[in-house]
Ligand binder design. Structure first.
Ligand code: 1CP
Length: 332
Protein backbone atom coordinates (compact mmCIF):
# COMPACT_ATOMS: atom_id res chain seq x y z
CA UNK A 1 0.00 0.00 0.00
CA UNK A 2 1.26 3.53 -0.75
CA UNK A 3 2.23 5.74 2.18
CA UNK A 4 -0.53 8.12 1.13
CA UNK A 5 -3.13 5.36 1.54
CA UNK A 6 -1.56 4.14 4.79
CA UNK A 7 -2.22 7.60 6.19
CA UNK A 8 -5.63 8.10 4.57
CA UNK A 9 -7.07 4.67 5.31
CA UNK A 10 -5.14 3.34 8.30
CA UNK A 11 -4.47 6.73 9.93
CA UNK A 12 -0.80 5.83 10.37
CA UNK A 13 1.34 8.46 12.08
CA UNK A 14 4.73 6.77 11.83
CA UNK A 15 5.15 7.18 8.08
CA UNK A 16 5.64 10.30 5.99
CA UNK A 17 3.90 11.10 2.76
CA UNK A 18 4.87 14.04 0.58
CA UNK A 19 3.39 15.42 -2.62
CA UNK A 20 2.67 18.96 -3.88
CA UNK A 21 -0.26 20.56 -5.60
CA UNK A 22 0.91 21.70 -9.05
CA UNK A 23 4.01 19.51 -8.77
CA UNK A 24 3.60 18.88 -12.51
CA UNK A 25 3.81 22.37 -13.91
CA UNK A 26 5.47 25.55 -14.94
CA UNK A 27 8.26 25.74 -12.33
CA UNK A 28 9.92 22.72 -14.01
CA UNK A 29 12.12 23.50 -17.05
CA UNK A 30 11.28 20.09 -18.53
CA UNK A 31 7.57 21.03 -18.40
CA UNK A 32 8.21 24.47 -19.94
CA UNK A 33 10.07 22.79 -22.80
CA UNK A 34 7.09 20.57 -23.66
CA UNK A 35 4.70 23.49 -23.14
CA UNK A 36 6.65 25.75 -25.53
CA UNK A 37 6.23 23.11 -28.24
CA UNK A 38 2.52 22.70 -27.45
CA UNK A 39 0.83 26.08 -27.51
CA UNK A 40 -2.69 24.66 -27.19
CA UNK A 41 -3.04 23.75 -23.51
CA UNK A 42 -6.27 21.73 -23.92
CA UNK A 43 -4.70 19.71 -26.73
CA UNK A 44 -1.70 19.06 -24.50
CA UNK A 45 -3.96 17.77 -21.72
CA UNK A 46 -5.57 15.37 -24.24
CA UNK A 47 -2.22 14.03 -25.46
CA UNK A 48 -1.98 10.82 -23.39
CA UNK A 49 1.75 10.30 -23.98
CA UNK A 50 2.75 13.85 -23.09
CA UNK A 51 0.30 14.06 -20.20
CA UNK A 52 1.78 10.88 -18.74
CA UNK A 53 5.33 12.12 -19.31
CA UNK A 54 4.55 15.42 -17.53
CA UNK A 55 2.89 13.58 -14.60
CA UNK A 56 6.11 11.60 -14.11
CA UNK A 57 8.50 14.57 -14.38
CA UNK A 58 8.35 15.48 -10.67
CA UNK A 59 8.57 11.78 -9.72
CA UNK A 60 11.76 11.35 -11.72
CA UNK A 61 13.31 14.40 -10.12
CA UNK A 62 12.20 14.26 -6.48
CA UNK A 63 11.56 11.78 -3.65
CA UNK A 64 7.76 12.09 -3.72
CA UNK A 65 5.18 9.53 -2.61
CA UNK A 66 2.49 10.31 -5.17
CA UNK A 67 2.07 11.42 -8.73
CA UNK A 68 -0.89 13.61 -9.71
CA UNK A 69 -2.15 13.21 -13.23
CA UNK A 70 -1.42 16.19 -15.49
CA UNK A 71 -4.83 17.41 -16.59
CA UNK A 72 -7.09 20.34 -15.66
CA UNK A 73 -10.37 20.88 -13.84
CA UNK A 74 -11.62 22.81 -16.91
CA UNK A 75 -11.54 19.75 -19.17
CA UNK A 76 -14.98 18.92 -17.74
CA UNK A 77 -16.72 22.09 -19.01
CA UNK A 78 -14.75 21.70 -22.26
CA UNK A 79 -16.02 18.16 -22.83
CA UNK A 80 -19.52 19.34 -21.89
CA UNK A 81 -19.47 21.73 -24.84
CA UNK A 82 -17.90 25.01 -23.70
CA UNK A 83 -14.76 26.05 -25.51
CA UNK A 84 -11.87 26.85 -23.12
CA UNK A 85 -8.77 28.84 -24.02
CA UNK A 86 -5.75 29.40 -21.80
CA UNK A 87 -4.37 32.85 -22.53
CA UNK A 88 -0.85 33.67 -21.39
CA UNK A 89 -0.79 36.08 -18.40
CA UNK A 90 -4.63 36.18 -18.40
CA UNK A 91 -5.63 32.63 -17.46
CA UNK A 92 -8.50 30.49 -18.71
CA UNK A 93 -11.25 32.00 -20.86
CA UNK A 94 -14.43 29.95 -21.13
CA UNK A 95 -17.03 30.47 -23.89
CA UNK A 96 -20.55 31.62 -23.09
CA UNK A 97 -22.64 29.08 -21.17
CA UNK A 98 -25.75 27.76 -22.93
CA UNK A 99 -28.13 25.84 -20.65
CA UNK A 100 -29.90 23.82 -23.38
CA UNK A 101 -26.61 22.74 -24.89
CA UNK A 102 -25.28 21.82 -21.43
CA UNK A 103 -28.36 19.74 -20.58
CA UNK A 104 -28.21 17.87 -23.89
CA UNK A 105 -24.93 16.12 -22.98
CA UNK A 106 -24.88 12.41 -22.29
CA UNK A 107 -22.63 10.20 -20.20
CA UNK A 108 -21.36 7.91 -22.97
CA UNK A 109 -20.26 10.84 -25.06
CA UNK A 110 -18.58 12.35 -21.98
CA UNK A 111 -16.56 9.19 -21.27
CA UNK A 112 -15.62 8.85 -24.93
CA UNK A 113 -14.35 12.43 -25.18
CA UNK A 114 -12.44 12.13 -21.89
CA UNK A 115 -10.81 8.88 -22.96
CA UNK A 116 -7.31 10.36 -23.57
CA UNK A 117 -7.18 11.36 -19.88
CA UNK A 118 -7.97 7.78 -18.87
CA UNK A 119 -5.32 6.41 -21.26
CA UNK A 120 -2.80 8.83 -19.69
CA UNK A 121 -3.66 7.45 -16.24
CA UNK A 122 -3.16 3.86 -17.49
CA UNK A 123 0.22 4.73 -18.99
CA UNK A 124 1.35 6.56 -15.87
CA UNK A 125 0.24 3.79 -13.52
CA UNK A 126 2.29 1.24 -15.50
CA UNK A 127 5.46 3.31 -15.07
CA UNK A 128 4.91 4.27 -11.45
CA UNK A 129 6.42 2.28 -8.58
CA UNK A 130 3.75 0.21 -6.77
CA UNK A 131 4.40 1.96 -3.44
CA UNK A 132 3.32 5.32 -4.93
CA UNK A 133 -0.22 6.60 -5.33
CA UNK A 134 -1.57 8.11 -8.52
CA UNK A 135 -3.89 10.96 -7.62
CA UNK A 136 -6.65 12.06 -9.96
CA UNK A 137 -8.80 15.13 -9.37
CA UNK A 138 -11.89 17.13 -10.22
CA UNK A 139 -13.00 20.71 -9.65
CA UNK A 140 -15.95 20.99 -7.26
CA UNK A 141 -19.19 22.21 -8.91
CA UNK A 142 -19.02 25.70 -7.40
CA UNK A 143 -15.45 26.28 -8.59
CA UNK A 144 -16.30 25.00 -12.07
CA UNK A 145 -19.33 27.34 -12.16
CA UNK A 146 -17.15 30.37 -11.47
CA UNK A 147 -15.37 29.62 -14.75
CA UNK A 148 -18.37 28.28 -16.72
CA UNK A 149 -20.53 31.28 -15.92
CA UNK A 150 -17.57 33.63 -16.20
CA UNK A 151 -17.97 35.45 -12.92
CA UNK A 152 -14.85 34.79 -10.95
CA UNK A 153 -15.16 37.66 -8.48
CA UNK A 154 -17.19 38.58 -5.40
CA UNK A 155 -19.67 40.84 -7.25
CA UNK A 156 -20.05 38.84 -10.43
CA UNK A 157 -21.03 35.70 -8.61
CA UNK A 158 -24.17 37.39 -7.28
CA UNK A 159 -25.59 37.36 -10.81
CA UNK A 160 -25.85 33.65 -10.98
CA UNK A 161 -26.84 33.30 -7.36
CA UNK A 162 -29.97 35.35 -8.19
CA UNK A 163 -31.46 32.36 -9.98
CA UNK A 164 -30.66 29.64 -7.48
CA UNK A 165 -33.05 27.19 -9.11
CA UNK A 166 -31.10 27.33 -12.35
CA UNK A 167 -27.75 27.18 -10.53
CA UNK A 168 -28.87 24.08 -8.64
CA UNK A 169 -30.06 22.46 -11.85
CA UNK A 170 -26.59 22.92 -13.34
CA UNK A 171 -24.88 21.69 -10.15
CA UNK A 172 -27.01 18.55 -10.06
CA UNK A 173 -26.06 17.69 -13.63
CA UNK A 174 -22.41 18.54 -13.04
CA UNK A 175 -22.27 16.16 -10.06
CA UNK A 176 -23.42 13.34 -12.33
CA UNK A 177 -20.52 13.94 -14.74
CA UNK A 178 -17.97 14.55 -11.98
CA UNK A 179 -18.80 11.24 -10.28
CA UNK A 180 -18.53 9.50 -13.63
CA UNK A 181 -15.17 11.18 -14.23
CA UNK A 182 -13.93 10.02 -10.81
CA UNK A 183 -15.09 6.45 -11.44
CA UNK A 184 -13.45 6.37 -14.88
CA UNK A 185 -10.17 7.73 -13.50
CA UNK A 186 -10.15 5.12 -10.71
CA UNK A 187 -10.96 2.33 -13.16
CA UNK A 188 -7.97 3.44 -15.24
CA UNK A 189 -5.51 3.08 -12.36
CA UNK A 190 -5.68 6.12 -10.10
CA UNK A 191 -6.18 5.24 -6.41
CA UNK A 192 -6.90 8.56 -4.61
CA UNK A 193 -9.04 11.57 -5.60
CA UNK A 194 -8.71 15.23 -4.66
CA UNK A 195 -11.64 17.63 -5.03
CA UNK A 196 -10.53 21.22 -5.63
CA UNK A 197 -13.00 23.87 -4.47
CA UNK A 198 -10.48 26.62 -5.11
CA UNK A 199 -13.06 29.41 -5.20
CA UNK A 200 -15.19 28.34 -2.21
CA UNK A 201 -13.90 31.49 -0.49
CA UNK A 202 -16.00 33.67 -2.83
CA UNK A 203 -19.22 32.42 -1.26
CA UNK A 204 -20.96 34.29 1.55
CA UNK A 205 -21.40 32.33 4.74
CA UNK A 206 -25.13 31.93 4.00
CA UNK A 207 -24.48 30.30 0.64
CA UNK A 208 -21.68 27.97 1.73
CA UNK A 209 -23.96 25.11 2.75
CA UNK A 210 -25.92 25.05 -0.50
CA UNK A 211 -23.15 25.62 -3.02
CA UNK A 212 -20.03 24.25 -1.34
CA UNK A 213 -20.79 21.77 1.47
CA UNK A 214 -23.73 20.05 -0.20
CA UNK A 215 -22.14 19.35 -3.62
CA UNK A 216 -18.87 18.27 -1.97
CA UNK A 217 -20.89 15.99 0.32
CA UNK A 218 -22.68 14.36 -2.64
CA UNK A 219 -19.36 13.61 -4.34
CA UNK A 220 -17.67 12.39 -1.13
CA UNK A 221 -20.69 10.13 -0.51
CA UNK A 222 -20.20 8.66 -3.99
CA UNK A 223 -16.48 8.10 -3.29
CA UNK A 224 -17.18 6.40 0.03
CA UNK A 225 -19.78 4.13 -1.53
CA UNK A 226 -17.14 3.10 -4.06
CA UNK A 227 -14.31 2.87 -1.48
CA UNK A 228 -12.32 5.64 -3.13
CA UNK A 229 -10.10 7.64 -0.72
CA UNK A 230 -10.98 11.32 -1.10
CA UNK A 231 -9.25 14.57 -0.11
CA UNK A 232 -11.17 17.87 -0.13
CA UNK A 233 -9.75 21.37 -0.58
CA UNK A 234 -12.34 24.09 0.13
CA UNK A 235 -9.89 26.98 -0.22
CA UNK A 236 -10.49 30.29 1.51
CA UNK A 237 -13.42 29.48 3.81
CA UNK A 238 -11.57 30.23 7.06
CA UNK A 239 -13.18 28.91 10.26
CA UNK A 240 -15.94 27.37 8.11
CA UNK A 241 -13.49 24.49 7.60
CA UNK A 242 -15.05 23.28 10.84
CA UNK A 243 -18.58 23.02 9.40
CA UNK A 244 -17.22 21.73 6.11
CA UNK A 245 -15.57 18.86 7.98
CA UNK A 246 -18.70 18.07 10.00
CA UNK A 247 -21.01 18.08 6.98
CA UNK A 248 -18.84 16.60 4.25
CA UNK A 249 -16.69 14.13 6.27
CA UNK A 250 -13.99 13.46 3.67
CA UNK A 251 -11.04 11.13 4.41
CA UNK A 252 -8.73 14.16 4.38
CA UNK A 253 -8.83 17.93 4.27
CA UNK A 254 -6.14 20.09 2.66
CA UNK A 255 -5.88 23.25 4.75
CA UNK A 256 -5.02 26.48 2.92
CA UNK A 257 -2.28 28.89 4.01
CA UNK A 258 -4.72 31.21 5.78
CA UNK A 259 -5.64 28.48 8.26
CA UNK A 260 -3.70 28.55 11.52
CA UNK A 261 -2.27 25.02 11.76
CA UNK A 262 -2.63 25.02 15.57
CA UNK A 263 -6.32 25.88 15.21
CA UNK A 264 -6.68 23.08 12.62
CA UNK A 265 -4.93 20.57 14.90
CA UNK A 266 -7.31 21.41 17.75
CA UNK A 267 -10.56 21.79 15.84
CA UNK A 268 -10.58 19.58 12.76
CA UNK A 269 -11.25 16.13 14.21
CA UNK A 270 -11.80 12.69 12.73
CA UNK A 271 -10.13 13.71 9.50
CA UNK A 272 -6.60 13.44 8.13
CA UNK A 273 -5.02 16.83 7.48
CA UNK A 274 -2.85 17.74 4.50
CA UNK A 275 -0.77 20.75 3.49
CA UNK A 276 -1.02 24.30 4.79
CA UNK A 277 2.40 25.85 4.25
CA UNK A 278 2.33 28.99 2.09
CA UNK A 279 3.79 28.27 -1.39
CA UNK A 280 5.49 31.70 -1.31
CA UNK A 281 7.84 30.39 1.41
CA UNK A 282 9.61 28.44 -1.29
CA UNK A 283 10.75 31.77 -2.75
CA UNK A 284 12.54 32.66 0.52
CA UNK A 285 15.85 31.56 2.03
CA UNK A 286 16.49 27.92 2.94
CA UNK A 287 16.45 28.85 6.64
CA UNK A 288 12.98 30.35 6.35
CA UNK A 289 11.67 27.41 4.33
CA UNK A 290 12.88 24.89 6.92
CA UNK A 291 11.58 26.90 9.89
CA UNK A 292 8.12 27.05 8.32
CA UNK A 293 8.10 23.36 7.35
CA UNK A 294 9.23 22.46 10.88
CA UNK A 295 6.27 24.42 12.28
CA UNK A 296 3.79 22.20 10.40
CA UNK A 297 5.71 18.97 11.13
CA UNK A 298 5.83 19.76 14.87
CA UNK A 299 2.17 20.71 15.17
CA UNK A 300 1.01 17.59 13.32
CA UNK A 301 3.63 15.20 14.69
CA UNK A 302 1.23 12.92 16.58
CA UNK A 303 -1.71 12.89 14.15
CA UNK A 304 -1.94 11.48 10.61
CA UNK A 305 -0.61 14.26 8.34
CA UNK A 306 0.30 14.51 4.65
CA UNK A 307 2.99 17.04 3.80
CA UNK A 308 1.88 19.45 1.04
CA UNK A 309 1.22 23.20 0.67
CA UNK A 310 -1.67 25.61 1.29
CA UNK A 311 -2.12 26.09 -2.48
CA UNK A 312 -0.22 25.08 -5.62
CA UNK A 313 3.50 25.62 -6.24
CA UNK A 314 4.04 28.97 -7.97
CA UNK A 315 5.84 29.07 -11.36
CA UNK A 316 8.75 31.06 -9.83
CA UNK A 317 9.66 28.16 -7.48
CA UNK A 318 13.26 26.98 -7.80
CA UNK A 319 13.17 23.17 -8.22
CA UNK A 320 16.45 22.88 -6.24
CA UNK A 321 14.81 24.50 -3.22
CA UNK A 322 11.87 22.14 -3.49
CA UNK A 323 14.31 19.24 -3.54
CA UNK A 324 15.95 20.52 -0.36
CA UNK A 325 12.58 20.97 1.34
CA UNK A 326 11.67 17.36 0.53
CA UNK A 327 15.02 16.17 1.97
CA UNK A 328 14.41 18.26 5.08
CA UNK A 329 10.94 16.77 5.63
CA UNK A 330 12.27 13.22 5.07
CA UNK A 331 15.06 13.65 7.61
CA UNK A 332 13.17 15.62 10.23
O1 1CP B 1 0.14 28.00 -19.02
C1 1CP B 1 0.43 26.87 -18.65
O2 1CP B 1 1.48 26.33 -18.89
C2 1CP B 1 -0.60 26.11 -17.92
C3 1CP B 1 -0.51 26.14 -16.45
C4 1CP B 1 -1.43 25.08 -15.90
C5 1CP B 1 -1.07 23.82 -15.41
C6 1CP B 1 0.31 23.27 -15.28
C7 1CP B 1 -2.85 25.14 -15.85
C8 1CP B 1 -3.68 26.25 -16.33
N1 1CP B 1 -3.33 23.94 -15.35
C9 1CP B 1 -2.28 23.12 -15.06
C10 1CP B 1 -2.40 21.74 -14.57
C11 1CP B 1 -3.27 21.49 -13.41
N2 1CP B 1 -4.40 22.18 -13.07
C12 1CP B 1 -3.10 20.46 -12.49
C13 1CP B 1 -2.04 19.39 -12.73
C14 1CP B 1 -1.49 18.55 -11.80
C15 1CP B 1 -0.62 19.16 -10.73
O3 1CP B 1 -1.16 19.67 -9.73
O4 1CP B 1 0.60 19.04 -10.85
C16 1CP B 1 -4.12 20.59 -11.52
C17 1CP B 1 -4.35 19.74 -10.30
C18 1CP B 1 -4.93 21.67 -11.92
C19 1CP B 1 -6.15 22.07 -11.21
C20 1CP B 1 -6.73 23.42 -11.45
N3 1CP B 1 -6.86 24.09 -12.63
C21 1CP B 1 -7.33 24.20 -10.43
C22 1CP B 1 -7.49 23.78 -9.00
C23 1CP B 1 -6.26 23.99 -8.22
C24 1CP B 1 -5.86 25.43 -7.95
O5 1CP B 1 -4.78 25.79 -8.39
O6 1CP B 1 -6.61 26.13 -7.28
C25 1CP B 1 -7.79 25.38 -11.02
C26 1CP B 1 -8.51 26.53 -10.34
C27 1CP B 1 -7.50 25.31 -12.42
C28 1CP B 1 -7.80 26.31 -13.46
C29 1CP B 1 -6.57 26.79 -14.14
N4 1CP B 1 -5.79 26.02 -14.94
C30 1CP B 1 -4.72 26.74 -15.41
C31 1CP B 1 -4.83 28.03 -14.89
C32 1CP B 1 -3.89 29.17 -15.17
C33 1CP B 1 -5.98 28.05 -14.09
C34 1CP B 1 -6.55 29.24 -13.39
C35 1CP B 1 -6.17 29.47 -12.00
C36 1CP B 1 -6.76 30.80 -11.62
O7 1CP B 1 -7.82 31.19 -12.13
O8 1CP B 1 -6.12 31.42 -10.76
Amino acid sequence: MSTLKKILLEKQIDCKSIWFMRQAGRYLPEFRKIRSQNKNFIKLCFDSNLSSEISLQPINRFDLDSAIIFSDILLVPYVLGQDVKFVKDVGPIVNKFELDKFLSNDIEEFSRKMDPVYRAIEKTRKKLNKNKSLISFIGAPWTLLTYMLGKKNKDGKKDFLKDKKKTNLIIKDLIKYLCLHIKNQINSGSDVVQIFDSWAGLLDKNDLHEFCFKPNYEIVKFCKKNKIPVICFPRGIGSEYLNFNKEVQPDALNIDYEIDPKWARENLKNVVLQGGMHPQFLLKSEEKIYTEAKKYLDIFKDVPYIFNLGHGLVPETNPEKLKKLIEFVRQY
